[in-house]
Design a protein around this ligand. Sequence first.
Ligand SMILES: *[C@@H]1O[C@H](CO)[C@@H](O)[C@H](O)[C@H]1NC(C)=O
Ligand SMILES: *[C@@H]1O[C@H](CO)[C@@H](O)[C@H](O)[C@H]1NC(C)=O
Length: 517
Amino acid sequence: MKERKQLGVLGIPKLHLHQRNYLLLIFIFIFMITFPVIQAFDYAEALAKSLLYFESQRSGRLPYDQRVSWRHNSGLTDGLEQGVDLVGGYYDAGDHVKFGFPLAFTLTMLSWSVIEYSEQISDLGEYKHALKAIKWGTDYLIKTHTSPNVLWAQVGDGDADHYCWQRSEDMTTSRRAYKIDEKNPGSDLAGETAAAMAAASIVFRKSNPHYSLLLLHHAMQVFEFGDRYRGKYDSSVPEAKNYYASVSGYKDELLWGALWLFKATGNEDYFNYVIKNADSFGGTGWAITEFSWDMKYAGVQIIASMLLMEAKTKEETVILKQYRSKAEHYLCACLNKTHKNNVDRTKGGLLYVRQWNNMQYVSAAAFLLTLYADYLQNSNQRLHCEKGLVGPQEMITFAKSQVDYILGSNPIGMSYLVGFGSKYPMKVHHRGSSVVSYRENDEFISCTQGYHNWYGREEPNPNVLMGALVGGPDNHDQFRDKRYDYMQSEACLYNAAPLVGIFAKLHHLNNFSVASQ
Ligand SMILES: *[C@@H]1O[C@H](CO)[C@@H](O)[C@H](O)[C@H]1NC(C)=O
Ligand SMILES: *[C@@H]1O[C@H](CO)[C@@H](O)[C@H](O)[C@H]1NC(C)=O
């Protein structure tokens, strides 16, 4: 009888033990190259680091408990030329301009993170740090509001600042301050500043009631100023236009400010404002797939939809439902559940809005998805999309996929949160991070010396900008870790702010599912 190979089930030849081991290895190998980075992330660590980032961006006299030790005092004469004290606050990104508009948005998002996820943040021992991150910004916002109808919009000049590559501690560029007032209005800036102060007033209500009231008082006044004297702030402060132009106008910020004031005060007037202006301000008209420092409509619509219980008349219900349908459009577009207007994704699965600093849209979207999923979960509802109903779990899973992409679960295995994981951007476009620390060498480094000696270096930045979220990869999931590539390798305040809430939430979920197994 001719020897035949013994056949196993399905006719696959039975293999010897060592052959089977070999096959197993091949399977594992194929699995690993197909799913390269299935791993659990330490969201607690990510949260702690993201809060450190705000300390790196501090302007002014640093406090005794400053943890980021490569930084030192800076910007100590901000406002002096104009006779106002504008010392403090945050530098916006890799430069040293204090742009009020994106700063206020950052503080609204940080406060929102803390309002929604305070317990989870507390459980991780980061509550105090989160409050300090907010207060460092709101203390400054209070300073910028020098009288009822005057709000300082910006300190420093973008063009002059960008001409230099210098540590903030050595700054020699113009620190001129720019303001809005009755004759030079800025309803967008005022609306966002009101939102930030109102949101922060909720955060501090228990722990610091006096401060909370102070914030609320300013918030109401700033809102009234912005509402009464209408205009776009970048027409009044043309120096802001090349950097933070208010493309969407000011109507979204007025609705946004009113909603936050309603949340903070419960005063019906603000609620009525959001109802009355729903249509004329585009609140129920705009279906937009971007949520950002400029474009607040999705945020407005999401908060408004959660107020349906507040409706007292049929008409109010109808309007709030219109808000809700636009909010759903935004969320469904992120989830690829509309027929036509979905947000693009990279092959690696990352939401992709645009080339320059795309990560800001990712972290903001992940935040809104997480938040709304919680809301749906708690009210036993589901999301209505054109392609069908979506449950809260699916929304959270998608938000988590975006956060995990940020932390390294992506085709090139890069963590876009600086200092997190084993592979992260080493040449962040950031003046302070890329120049020798002031603590190590306090010899003055001039405007152009910085460019000559530090900017073009091939070596990694000497100071790790811990917890910063950089602009991120291109639409092919590729990332150039180059200091000159400010579209990809620069980090901004508002990129990181929404992460604080999501990291806390995801850690809680992780821990909960582990504990319940
Ligand atoms: C989005 O949905 C379309 C059609 O429903 C599908 O063909 C496409 O693969 C989806 N995109 C992603 C990234 O899931
Ligand atoms: C995580 O779960 C463990 C075990 O249930 C619990 O003791 C711990 O307090 C939890 N930690 C956090 C930060 O929730």
